[in-house]
Unconditional design. Structure first.
Length: 639
C-alpha cells in the first residue's frame, strides 16, 4: 500500500502544481487578490505531497520491497543501510523524483520567505515555478514512475546498487548538485514574473539576488564534490573533466556566475537590466538542457542515465516550450526597458561587463564542444568525439584574458577612473605574478612549461590584486561589507583551484606496473612497495586487500591499503584506491589483477597540489555564503 500511496501523492502534487500555475495566471489578468493569494497555500500543499511521495519511495527501499521495480533494480538485501537510504537517487526514476522534490523545496522556501514581496509579484513567481513543476510531475507519473510494480517474478534479494555508487560521494554529491541546478529556477521565476508584469525595476533584482547566490553556492559545491568523488571512485587517479555530463553542470555554473555579477551592477548602478534578465532565463534553460542530455540516452558517459527515446522526446519538447515562451516574452518586453546608468570605458562596470561576456563565450565554447558531435551524428554526417584537446586549446587563451580582467576589476572605481591611477596601482603586480609562476614550478621540479607559467601567472595575478585591494581598503574596514569579503574569498578560491589544476596537470607522475611482493618502486620523491595481500569480506562483496608501504623522505613509512572488490549480486569488480592525503601532494594507489609469476598489476600516481582543486571550491562556497548574508540583510532593510 505504501507505494500506491506514493503514486497517489504524486497525482495530488500534479493537481496542486497545475492549480498553482493556473489560478495566479487567471488572477493576474484582473489583479484579483483572492486568486493571487491562492498561490502560496497551494504551493505549500504541492510541496507537501511531493515530500510524501519521496518518503514513500524511501520507505520501500528501507523495507526491501522488491515488488517495486525501481527498488528491485537498484537495491539488495545485503546492501548497507547507509546506501539503502541514498539508493533512491541512484538511477533515472528516483533521481528525477529527487529533482522534483528539490524544486518543491525551493518553491516552499520562496512561498514562506517572501512575505514582504508584493502579492502580485509573489503569485507570479510561484505560478512560474508551478508551471515547471507541472511538466516534471507529468513526466514522472506517466513516463518515469518510480512506484511501478513488478507483475511477474519478484526477486528475493534485488539486483544491487551500481558498485560505482557505493561510495560516500553518492550521499552528498547529487543532492547538492540538484540544489544548484534546480535553484536556477528561482531566478528564472523572478525574471519571468518581472517580464510578465511589465515592470522591470530594481525590486526584482533585490529579491532575486539572494536566491541566485544560494543556487550558485550549491552548484559550486556540487561540482566540487563531483570532482572529488570521481577522483576517488573511478580508480584511475585523475580528476574528471570535459565529460559531456560534467559539462552539463559546468555551463549553468558559468552563466550563474555571470548573472550574480550582472545583478550586483543592476542593483548598484541600474545598468545591465536586459543582460541580467537574459542571463536568468538562459541559466535555467541550460539546467533544463542538462537534464535532457543526461536522461535522453544520446550521451555516453559514466554519469548519464540510459533511458528510452520517448522520455528524451518529452524532455526535449518541454525544454523547447519553456525556452520559446521565455525568450519570446523577453523579446517583447526587453525593448521597453529603460537604459541603465552611464559609465566610461575605464570603469568597474566595463570590466564586469567584459567579464560577463567572456564567461558567456566560455559557456558557448563548452556548449559547442558538447552538442556539435551530437548534431553531426543526428544528421548522419559523421561520428566524432570532442575531448580535452579542443577544450584546453579554447579555454587557455579565453581564461587568460578573464583572469586579467578579474584581477583588475576590484582596483577600478565605479563610473570612471584615470588610466594613470590604475597603472600606478597595478604596474608591479604583473611582473610579480609572472616571477612567482616561474619560481614555484622550478622549485618543485626544475622544469617549466608555457602552459604552467600561463596558468600560474593568472592565479598569482588574482591573488596579488585581491590582497592588494584588501590592504588598501583595510583602514576603512568599518565600511567593508560581507559582500566585499565574499568577493575576495571567492576570487581567491578560483585562483587556488587553478593552481591545483595547473600543477596537477603538468607535474603528475603515473606508473602502471606489474610488481612482486616487497618490490620497491620510486615515485617522485618517495618509494612505494606492495608488502602484503589478504582476503577481503564485506557485507555484500568479497575480494582482495593489498597493503602498501610508502617511504617518505627515506626514513618514515606510511601504510596504505587498497582493495579489489567483487560484488556478490552483480558480479561487478570495483577498485577501491588507497590515498595518502597531503596539502602539497597526494599518493594514489590502485590494486589491479593478479598476473603471472606471482605479480600483481598496480597503478601508482603522484599528484602535486591536487587537493587545492577542492580547497578552492570550498573557498568559493564560503565566499558565496558571505555574499549571501549581505544580500539577505540588504533585502530586509530595503523591504
Amino acid at each position: 500500500m505504501i507505494p500506491e500511496l506514493g503514486h497517489f501523492a504524486l497525482i495530488l502534487a500534479l493537481l496542486f502544481a497545475s492549480l498553482q500555475f493556473i489560478l495566479p495566471l487567471l488572477g493576474s489578468f484582473g489583479e484579483n487578490p483572492r486568486l493571487l493569494a491562492c498561490a502560496k497555500p497551494i504551493a505549500l500543499a504541492q510541496a507537501g505531497w511531493v515530500l510524501v511521495a519521496f518518503a514513500c519511495l524511501e520507505w520501500a527501499f528501507l523495507r526491501n520491497d522488491f515488488s517495486v521495480a525501481y527498488v528491485a533494480e537498484n537495491s539488495n538485501t545485503h546492501l548497507p543501510l547507509f546506501y539503502q537510504l541514498t539508493a533512491i537517487w541512484s538511477a533515472h526514476e528516483g533521481s528525477l523524483l529527487l529533482w522534483v522534490a528539490i524544486l518543491a523545496l525551493w518553491t516552499a522556501l520562496v512561498a514562506l520567505w517572501s512575505k514582504r514581496l508584493p502579492l502580485s509579484m509573489q503569485a507570479r513567481v510561484l505560478a512560474v515555478m508551478g508551471g515547471v513543476s507541472s511538466g516534471f510531475l507529468w513526466f514522472l507519473i506517466h513516463l518515469s514512475n518510480p512506484f511501478k510494480r513488478l507483475l511477474n517474478t519478484i526477486p528475493l534479494d534485488g539486483n544491487d546498487l551500481n558498485p560505482l555508487l557505493q561510495d560516500p560521494g553518492l550521499v552528498i554529491h547529487p543532492p547538492m548538485l540538484y540544489m544548484g541546478y534546480v535553484g536556477t529556477s528561482v531566478a528564472f521565476a523572478f525574471a519571468m514574473a518581472a517580464l510578465w508584469r511589465g515592470k522591470l525595476d530594481i525590486s526584482w533584482v533585490r529579491w532575486s539576488l539572494p536566491w541566485t547566490i544560494a543556487a550558485w553556492c550549491f552548484l559550486t559545491w556540487g561540482i566540487t564534490l563531483g570532482s572529488w568523488w570521481s577522483y576517488r571512485d573511478l580508480g584511475w587517479g585523475g580528476w574528471w573533466f570535459w565529460d559531456p555530463v560534467e559539462n552539463a553542470s559546468f555551463m549553468p555554473w558559468l552563466v550563474v556566475t555571470a548573472l550574480i555579477h550582472s545583478l550586483i551592477v543592476t542593483e548598484k548602478r541600474g545598468a545591465f537590466k536586459n543582460w541580467s534578465v537574459f542571463l536568468a532565463l538562459f541559466a535555467f534553460a541550460l539546467s533544463l538542457m542538462g537534464t535532457f542530455l543526461v536522461r535522453s540516452g544520446i550521451l555516453t558517459s559514466v554519469h548519464a542515465f540510459a533511458v528510452d527515446a520517448e522520455r528524451g522526446a518529452f524532455l526535449l519538447t518541454f525544454l523547447s516550450l519553456v525556452c520559446m515562451f521565455a525568450f519570446v516574452l523577453y523579446a517583447w518586453r526587453a525593448p521597453k526597458m529603460t537604459p541603465g546608468g552611464v559609465f566610461s570605458v575605464l570603469s568597474k562596470e566595463s570590466f564586469l561587463l567584459a567579464n560577463n561576456v567572456l564567461l558567456f563565450v566560455l559557456m558557448l565554447t563548452v556548449l559547442l564542444g558538447t552538442l556539435y558531435p551530437l548534431i553531426l551524428d543526428a544528421l548522419g554526417i559523421a561520428k566524432i568525439s570532442v575531448g580535452p584537446p579542443y577544450f584546453n586549446a579554447v579555454f587557455l587563451p579565453l581564461t587568460s584574458v578573464l583572469f586579467l580582467l578579474m584581477g583588475m576589476a576590484p582596483a577600478v572605481r565605479w563610473q570612471q577612473m584615470a588610466p594613470q591611477a590604475l597603472w600606478q596601482r597595478l604596474h608591479w603586480v604583473l611582473p610579480f605574478s609572472i616571477a612567482c609562476a616561474i619560481a614555484l614550478p622550478w622549485a618543485l621540479t626544475n622544469t617549466l612549461t608555457i602552459t604552467t607559467v600561463i596558468g600560474l601567472s593568472g592565479s598569482f595575478w588574482i591573488i596579488a590584486t585581491c590582497l592588494q585591494d584588501l590592504m588598501i581598503k583595510w583602514p576603512q574596514r568599518a565600511y567593508l561589507t560581507a559582500r566585499y569579503y565574499g568577493m575576495i574569498l571567492a576570487h581567491l578560491g578560483v585562483a587556488v583551484t587553478v593552481i591545483g589544476i595547473t600543477l596537477t596537470s603538468g607535474y603528475s607522475i603515473e606508473k602502471d606496473l606489474a610488481v612482486a611482493q616487497n618490490q620497491s618502486t620510486p615515485l617522485g620523491p618517495y618509494h612505494i612497495a606492495l608488502v602484503a595481500l589478504s582476503d577481503l569480506h564485506g557485507p555484500n562483496y568479497q575480494g582482495l586487500s593489498g597493503e602498501f608501504t610508502l617511504s617518505i623522505d627515506g626514513y618514515r613509512d606510511v601504510s596504505l591499503v587498497a582493495e579489489k572488490r567483487l560484488f556478490n549480486a552483480s558480479g561487478s569488480v570495483m577498485s577501491i584506491p588507497a590515498i595518502h592525503i597531503g596539502l602539497w601532494r597526494e599518493v594514489y594507489v590502485a590494486l589491479g589483477d593478479p598476473l603471472a609469476n606471482n605479480r600483481f598489476g598496480v597503478r601508482y600516481y603522484y599528484k602535486p597540489f591536487v587537493r587545492w582543486i577542492w580547497l578552492g571550491g570550498l573557498l568559493m562556497v564560503m565566499g558565496g555564503l558571505l555574499a549571501l548574508t549581505h544580500a539577505i540583510d540588504t533585502k530586509k532593510v530595503r523591504s
